[in-house]
Design a protein around this ligand. Structure first.
Ligand SMILES: [Zn+2]
Length: 271
């Protein structure tokens, strides 16, 4: 009798605990086989069903491996396209992040500093939820399957066994993005970007292997190369000018001496 009462009270406490914890944080498996954290923002009366980290990874993939080509073509992505920055719930907040150095992240809105990006994320979640672009309520993390987010965040654990059904689903999502963002009937630039998007993002969604994502390269490599070469040139340029200057000075000295010698010679000759 006593034992059943104890067991009943333990069960009651456990159920209370789970109810409380589940109202704060719920883990749910999304369609893209990724775990998404759901912040039940009850105190501000709105809920956000979108992962900030994965949205950031998706944006990084777009910014590094697509935008350089879009800019090169001078193409305007329509806001109906899911890749448009307006469709990223967190874009306004992410734009306000100031990365001072490795141990300092600053909120561009209220200038408060944090030792790590995750604390700034928490600050945005609690203090500046009004900056979330929930009018569109579009979640960029939903595109992660198509955009190879795992590769962008360099998580090494993506070497799982290929699932043909998941690959086909991601490929379908990828191709629908290409069709909606770069409609082939919108002119040659849209046609070229459509082709590029398929090669860059969609081809790799196959279990047969062979093709790798981002085969056309991206902003990162080119910008690092550009930066390195410009620094090298900036460093070598003064050295080059110094060598030229010294050489010319030596040369001038030499010619002056020659002149002096020849003048001496001329003066000595007539006698
Ligand atoms: Zn702030």
């Amino acid at each position: 009798m006593e034992r059943t009462r104890i067991v009943a009270s333990i069960l009651l406490l456990l159920s209370l605990y789970f109810q409380l914890s589940s109202s704060n944080e719920v883990f749910e498996e999304s369609a893209g086989s990724s775990f998404r954290r759901i912040n039940d923002a009850q105190d501000h009366g709105r809920e956000v069903h979108c992962s900030r980290e994965r949205s950031r990874a998706a944006w990084k993939a777009i910014d590094e491996y697509l935008m350089p080509f879009v800019e090169q073509e001078g193409f305007q992505i329509s806001s109906k396209c899911k890749l448009h920055p307006d469709n990223d719930l967190f874009r306004n907040q992410e734009r306000l992040k100031i990365h001072v150095d490795d141990n300092e992240w600053q909120c561009g809105y209220c200038k408060k500093s944090f030792s790590a990006e995750k604390y700034l994320d928490q600050h945005f979640d609690t203090r500046h939820y009004d900056l979330l672009n929930i009018s569109h309520s579009k979640c960029l993390a939903d595109l992660c399957g198509a955009l190879h987010c795992d590769l962008v965040t360099d998580s090494k654990s993506h070497k799982n066994k290929c699932n043909p059904a998941a690959a086909a689903r991601n490929r379908h999502l990828c191709e629908s993005l290409a069709d909606s963002c770069f409609p082939v009937n919108q002119g040659p630039a849209a046609g070229r970007l459509h082709e590029l998007f398929l090669r860059q993002f969609c081809d790799a969604h196959a279990c047969s292997g062979g093709t790798k994502p981002f085969s056309r390269g991206g902003r990162k490599q080119t910008s690092v190369f550009y930066l390195a070469s410009s620094i090298l040139i900036m460093m070598l340029l003064p050295v080059f000018y110094l060598i030229v200057y010294l050489h010319q000075r030596e040369f001038r000295k030499g010619t002056q001496e020659l002149k002096r010698i020849s003048q001496h010679g001329r003066k000595a000759k007539p006698s």
